[in-house]
Design a binder for this molecule. Sequence first.
Ligand SMILES: NC(=O)c1ccc[n+]([C@@H]2O[C@H](COP(=O)([O-])OP(=O)(O)OC[C@H]3O[C@@H](n4cnc5c(N)ncnc54)[C@H](O)[C@@H]3O)[C@@H](O)[C@H]2O)c1
Length: 256
Amino acid sequence: MSNLFDMSNKTVVITGGSGLLGTAMTNGLASLGATVVVADIAEPKHTEAAHHFIACDASSTESIRHMLKEVYERFGRIDVLINGATYGAGYGAQGTVDKMSDEDWFRGVDGALGTTFRCTREVIPYMERQGGGSIVNFASMYGIVSPDPSIYGDSGANNPANYGAGKAGVLQFTRYCAAHYASKGIRVNSVSPGPFPTPAGQEKNPAFVSELNRKTMLKRVGKAEEIVGAVALLASDASSYMTGANISVDGGWTAW
Ligand SMILES: NC(=O)c1ccc[n+]([C@@H]2O[C@H](COP(=O)([O-])OP(=O)(O)OC[C@H]3O[C@@H](n4cnc5c(N)ncnc54)[C@H](O)[C@@H]3O)[C@@H](O)[C@H]2O)c1
């Protein structure tokens, strides 16, 4: 059992891999031996571990296809896809549902759900051909519960409706894909992070961070590296009997 989380024979693609949680996942999975490909519109800045970067715009099918083809040509397999990229929801906007345009609504839902759909669709043929794989989708606590408007005030960190609606869709899309690709050996699970504000964001708005701390059972926000355990479980063979599952990594936020 000592090698349960060993990933030394696995190629992992992380969309949004240059971000806060993506950087932690890159470092964490590389330390377990994985070949990690960061697929992002921005180059990684804070990644310590060896990794590969392939520019990818997850809003574009063509760009996703190009990235996956390059991964396959360079490494010969795609064992794990982590759908981490999310964009377009317009965080901080005070405008609630009654003020949201059709365009803004669509951009946010597509940036959470559409991108997960596109990357999943494009990776399935590779995984099918090699006899299986693991897909890990990033949902959110806000795909499970609503933001509590009373804690946001004028923090500028308001969380809009299109984000959570997209993330709730990610949870269902995860179950759908698990059901329909299990026969191909493809496992599909999700992770739902709770509050992981960036260090810069925490410094800028300590009063808001206190509100976030108070809302969790553990009385603190998450450190980026604390996402790694759940992701390593779902990405590795340690979770060989898990599919269609969601793991909340939220300090207890959604459990009360
Ligand atoms: N941080 C949190 O508190 C939190 C909470 C719940 C869920 N999540 C989810 O976890 C995941 C990672 O979050 P994070 O905090 O690391 O986000 P982040 O904003 O730090 O990183 C997002 C990354 O996605 C990249 N990106 C943006 N548009 C892209 C595109 N079109 N194509 C490819 N890459 C693109 C950005 O360059 C960035 O590197 C997201 O799905 C997010 O919704 C985060």
